[in-house]
Design a binder for this molecule. Sequence first.
Ligand SMILES: NC(=O)c1ccc[n+]([C@@H]2O[C@H](COP(=O)([O-])OP(=O)(O)OC[C@H]3O[C@@H](n4cnc5c(N)ncnc54)[C@H](OP(=O)(O)O)[C@@H]3O)[C@@H](O)[C@H]2O)c1
Length: 233
Amino acid sequence: MQSDVVVITGAAGNLGSAVVKELAARGVRLVCLERNAATLDTLAAGLPAGTEVLKLPGVDLMDFDACRNAIAAAEARFGAIHALVNTVGGFHMGPVGESGLSEWDSLMALNARTAYSISAAVLPAMQKAGYGRIVHVAAAPGLKAGARQAAYAASKAAVIRLTEAIALENRAHKITANCILPGTIDTPQNRAAMPDAKPDSFVPAGSIAKLIAYLVSAEAGVVTGAAIHATGS
Ligand SMILES: NC(=O)c1ccc[n+]([C@@H]2O[C@H](COP(=O)([O-])OP(=O)(O)OC[C@H]3O[C@@H](n4cnc5c(N)ncnc54)[C@H](OP(=O)(O)O)[C@@H]3O)[C@@H](O)[C@H]2O)c1
C-alpha cells in the first residue's frame, strides 16, 4: 500500500504549508485542515497544477466531532486515508505560579488535546484498512523542561506519550506513529523574535517536511513509537 492520501492539519502554518508543498511535489492527494479559509485558499492556489486537494477550513482540532466530520469528508472524497500529519500546536513561556494556570490549561488543550482528538478521529479508518502513518509534532522540551517552560514542556511530553501509546496499540494494524522534535524553525515569527540569531541556527521547515514525507511513506514501516530530533539543516 502507498501513502497517497494524507491529512495535514495546520495546513497553512509555517511547517504545515512546507509539508503540503513537499507532499504535493510527490503527487500525494491532500486533505488540508486549516482554521483560516483565506490562507487555505492561497496555499492551495500555489500548488502544482493537477494536485488533488480537499480543503477543509474552520476545523477546530479541540472539537472531536469536528475532527470526526473532517475525516468522514476525507474518506467520502478519496475513499481512504493513509496518513495523518498533525502540525497544530503552539508555544508560550512563563514561570510556575498562580498566573500560569490558564497557560497550563490552554497549552495542554492546544498541543495535547488537539493531537489526541485528531488521532482518535483518524484511527478507525486506518484500523479498518490495516495500514496507516501518523506523525505528530512535539518539541525537545517534551523530553526535559527548561525554566519557564512547564506548561509547554508538559503539553509536548503528552504528545510524545500519546504517540508511543498509539504505536503500541496499533502494531497489529500496521499503523506507525512517530513524532518530530524540531529545533527552532526558520519562520518569520522566530526571526522577528530573535533578530540577533544567526540564520543558520534555525531549521528550515522544508527540511523537516522531507523527514515527515519519509515517515508517512510506505517504506518507513519499521519506524514507530519514535520521538525524532530535527535540529540540523
Ligand atoms: N516554530 C518553531 O520554532 C517550533 C519549534 C518546535 C516545535 N514546533 C511545533 O511545530 C508545530 C508547527 O509550528 P509552526 O511554527 O508551523 O506553527 P504555526 O505556523 O503557528 O502553525 C500552527 C497551525 O495550527 C493551527 N491551529 C492552532 N490551534 C488550532 C486548533 N485548535 N484547531 C485547528 N488548528 C489550529 C494554526 O491555525 P491559526 O492560524 O488559525 O491559529 C496554524 O495553522 C507546532 O506543533 C509547534 O508547537 C514549532
